[in-house]
Design a binder for this molecule. Structure first.
Ligand SMILES: Cc1ncc(C[n+]2csc(CCOP(=O)(O)OP(=O)(O)O)c2C)c(N)n1
Length: 762
């Protein structure tokens, strides 16, 4: 039994389960109170007001731009999204001032405010040297450089919204995906809830790295009905994180879930309509025995938000995370500017919320506490308006990206060729797994394990997690023994939450870790479609190459075992269709080791497909820990001159057997193993096609719509003249994998199918 778990006994004692209570709206201090208690300085109070004004003015700019009424950008047409957060400024500014400048946030489609606030707060806390590095060539007094840095921040934010090369993400991300990794902003997210597991992964990375930082996910009320958000709450609260390391000291994830509850999804309301709780903060009680330190806070009061965030961040730093804060707020405009709001709410309701406007209230508080005079507030407002206008005008005239660069930043060119010294020191907790060669050979499974072992020994940033990968070693034992070698910090079981497994890996990769995660069956990758396709694949590009997403998703294909429709699919074609991912599928033990090591060292997100049919196959595998196989290199596994089999995955072995069969008739078949679909090595394929003139393309994918069609399209385009016959395709039949073994045999491609396809054109 794992040492950290107790002996499980039946216990049906009659009892009541208490869910405790969650405090709501406890903060009642005025600014004057806070000043006299020295919880805030006058200067900080002015900065709070200024930052809220910057956010509001920025959002007003979007509204005016849409109607052509923003004179500073006359003639400029803004064509991006218009999810403005006017009304919610206290959440963004209070939220970002309550945490440290180098803490992390993720945000949402309505994230301009969070983005602007995070940058302003971070800039104010930068020392002069950091500021000068941020603004090379800036001159003047320190105060002038701070001013210039704020203006530059607004400029880069606006430039990103306007799709310009000088935007934070070089115009690749835009309004709904803006990120600034230099200030810990890990990205807004256009997928409702999408940023929450990313922040959770970042929080896990903070804990792993012991960097003392906190990760915050800002997300709306709507997001808190989304599956991956609920998975994140569960993920962050796991006992193994909160209680494991020391019995009397929690060491929970430094994660703050912030619900910016503006009371509407797009139009649907959580309270009274699409959820069953009055306060979404109750979600915390569903996942954590301690309710995660949840609070409901007046989100129209910047001091209340700031104070609650400070408390939550302090708890996180003490190891008492995660925390959850529900901020009750309101957006004055519709979901976007095309939403007139009249179908689902009243003017009366809107005006009640405007009465407690965060900027109006805090301006009065600043005046009442003698921090600024009314004139002083007006002057501050005018300064903000002028600064924002200058920045926006400059952004509207900034350079567009070059159209030649449309593919630039799709993939990272970086690898972990050099492991930083601090990550080279690796501790063996108990013992390393022994991997034995029999007659110089390893199984495919052990080749994978050897790759993992070597890479984990080489680089402390490599972590392994997935369902049942720890003591049990994974459903197919690939990771067996790694827990004993590296301990539970680096090898741990996860909840059955494929979406969170993949999305948290994105978040931890953003902080520089190199997660290798396991999906027990490739079929389950469909549970993590967003994480893989919208998050992992896209963040390097959408961030303008500011984010490196070095992660490997090992997905095991179960076809051929009689496991039926939901455990047998070969789905790499779906993922090869999504730009931004690498998709590789080794078919021999040697390739398995060499390519997994390459995958772990590469800085791109990699879908690494394995076949359960191949796990026990044996072959020679180099022992050299520096042995790697580059991606995008197909290999001729058998030379021939009469016909080419272009294959990948287990189909390689069928094609090789078919080649033996054809050899009996004197036909010399060449067998090309693609090994990686993305990047794809068409040169080796075309060389073979030009030699033989006859082609059979094969894989275990369901035939229609598979990547086989892509290969065929390329061949006919680039080597049409070399073809002597129509290209043949050998894939699985266009149906669902059946349970019955006779039916499954009829479903999957066979050696006979390869032979028949070849004979048809020979
Ligand atoms: C996964 C997903 N589903 C639906 C949408 C379309 N959509 C965009 S914003 C939105 C409402 C989100 O509500 P909430 O999370 O409360 O944030 P708010 O817009 O109120 O800030 C919807 C349904 C989406 N972008 N992503």
């Amino acid at each position: 039994m794992p040492a950290h778990l107790n002996n499980l006994r039946p216990d049906f004692t009659k009892r009541k389960i208490s869910c405790g209570s969650i405090p709501a709206y406890q903060f009642s201090a005025t600014l004057a109170d806070e000043l006299s208690a020295k919880h805030i300085t006058k200067r900080e109070a002015v900065e709070l007001l200024e930052d809220m004004l910057i956010v509001r003015e920025f959002e007003e700019m979007i509204v005016k731009l849409r109607s052509g009424a923003y004179p500073s950008c006359a003639g400029f047409e803004y064509r991006g999204p218009t999810h403005v957060s006017i009304g919610q400024e206290a959440c963004s500014v209070g939220g970002c001032t309550g945490i440290a400048a180098d803490d992390y946030i993720t945000s949402t489609h309505r994230g301009h405010g969070d983005s602007v606030a995070k940058g302003c707060v971070a800039i104010r806390k930068m020392d002069a040297a950091t500021l000068r590095a941020r603004l090379p060539g800036a001159t003047g007094t320190t105060a002038e450089i701070y001013e210039a840095a704020l203006e530059d921040h607004i400029f880069r934010t606006a430039a990103e919204l306007f799709g310009k090369e000088e935007g934070y993400c070089k115009g690749r991300g835009g309004s709904m995906h803006i990120a600034d990794f230099s200030v810990g902003h890990l990205g807004a997210n256009a997928i409702v809830g999408g940023g929450v597991p990313i922040a959770t992964g970042a929080a896990w990375a903070c804990r792993y790295l012991r960097n003392g930082r906190v990760a915050v996910s800002f997300a709306g009320d709507g997001a808190y009905s989304n599956g991956v958000v609920l998975e994140s709450l569960n993920w962050a609260a796991q006992y193994q994180f909160t209680n494991l390391l020391a019995k009397d000291h929690r060491f929970g994830l430094p994660m703050i879930f912030v619900i910016q509850n503006n009371h509407y999804g797009m139009t649907g309301r959580a309270d009274n309509e699409v959820a069953g709780v009055e306060f979404l903060a109750r979600r915390a009680a569903g996942f954590d025995d301690h309710n995660m330190h949840a609070e409901v806070v007046n989100g129209m009061d910047v001091l209340a938000v700031r104070e609650a965030m400070q408390r939550a961040a302090a708890l996180c730093r003490e190891g008492r995370g995660p925390c959850l804060l529900e901020l009750s707020t309101y957006r004055y405009y519709g979901h976007s500017l095309s939403d007139p709001r009249n179908e689902y709410r009243t003017k009366d309701e809107e005006s009640a919320w405007k009465d407690v406007d965060p900027i109006k209230q805090f301006s009065e508080a600043v005046i009442a506490a003698n921090v600024l005079t009314r004139k002083g507030v007006e002057a501050l407002t005018a300064k903000v308006e002028a600064r924002n206008a200058r920045a926006a005008a400059r952004a509207s005239k900034a350079m567009d990206p070059s159209t030649d660069d449309v593919l630039k930043h799709l993939y990272s060119d970086l690898t972990s060729a050099v492991v930083p010294a601090e990550f080279q020191k690796v501790e063996i907790v108990k013992e390393k797994p022994v991997i034995t060669r029999t007659n110089g050979q390893l199984t495919y499974k052990d080749a994978l394990k050897e790759a993992l072992l070597e890479e984990m020994l080489r680089d402390n940033r490599v972590v392994v997690y997935g369902e049942d990968v720890a003591e049990y070693g994974g459903a197919f034992k690939v990771t067996k023994g790694l827990l004993e070698a590296f301990g539970r910090e680096r090898v741990f079981n996860t909840p059955i939450s494929e979406a969170a497994i993949c999305s948290t890996a994105v978040g931890s990769a953003m902080l520089g870790l190199r997660p290798v995660i396991e999906l027990m069956y490739m079929d389950f990758s469909l549970m993590s479609g967003d994480a893989i396709g919208n998050q992992a694949a896209k963040w390097h590009y959408m961030s303008g190459a500011k984010a490196e997403i070095a992660m490997v998703i090992r997905a095991s294909v179960g076809g051929g075992k009689g496991y039926g429709g939901q455990h047998s699919q070969t789905l790499e074609s779906i993922f090869a269709h999504i730009p931004g991912l690498y998709v590789v599928y080794p078919a021999t033990p040697r390739d398995a080791k060499g390519m997994l090591k390459t995958a772990i060292r590469d800085n791109n997100p990699i879908l690494f497909v394995e076949s359960q049919l191949l796990y026990m196959t044996k072959g020679e595998v180099p022992e050299d820990p520096e042995f790697t196989i580059p991606f995008g290199l197909a290999e001729v596994k058998r030379e021939g001159k009469d016909i080419s089999f272009i294959v990948w995955g287990p189909a390689l072995h069928d094609a090789l057997k078919a080649a033996d069969e054809l050899a009996k008739d004197g036909v010399q078949a060449e067998v090309v193993d693609l090994r990686s679909l993305v990047p794809l090595d068409m040169q080796t394929v075309l060389r073979s096609v030009r030699k033989t003139g006859k082609v059979v393309v094969g894989s275990q994918c369901v035939t229609t719509g598979s990547f086989m069609g892509e290969i065929i399209a390329n061949i006919q385009h680039d080597a049409f003249d070399a073809l002597d016959a129509p290209i043949q395709r050998v894939g699985a039949r266009d149906t669902i994998a059946p349970q019955s073994s006779v039916l499954e045999a009829a479903f999957l491609p066979t050696v006979k199918d390869f032979v028949a396809a070849a004979r048809a054109i020979l």
